[in-house]
Write a new protein. Structure first.
Length: 112
């Protein structure tokens, strides 16, 4: 069993259809979740956990492992311009999009 007090632990988590390599103290931007600022968030979909000398790979998930984080802020990303154009038909359409995100600070990696 891996000790969960080490600062050199790494984990790969899955959230929002994407995978993130995290360690305690990291700040990551993930797809928007419903938790409010200041609340704890627990990621139960842990794909890999690494300590200094031991690596546990999930099949597909590592059993009894979870990553705890704290929601720092909810926000929107930079604006992306979507421009549609069809020649010779006088059709053009310009719209913008700002993808919502949640910024999370990873506090600890736990293995029960």
């Amino acid at each position: 069993m891996i000790k969960n007090k080490s600062k050199n632990m790494l984990a790969v988590i899955r959230t929002g259809g994407k995978q993130y390599l995290v360690k305690p103290g990291d700040k990551i931007k993930i797809e928007k979740v419903k938790e409010k600022e200041g609340e704890k968030i627990i990621f139960k979909e842990v794909l890999l956990v690494e300590n200094e000398e031991k690596v546990e790979i999930g099949e597909p998930l590592v059993k009894q492992a979870e990553v705890v984080g704290k929601v720092i802020k909810q926000g929107k990303g930079k604006k992306v311009i979507v421009f549609k154009y069809k020649p010779k038909t006088r059709y053009k359409k310009k719209i913008g999009h700002r993808q919502p995100f949640t910024e999370v600070e990873i506090e600890e990696i736990k293995i029960k």
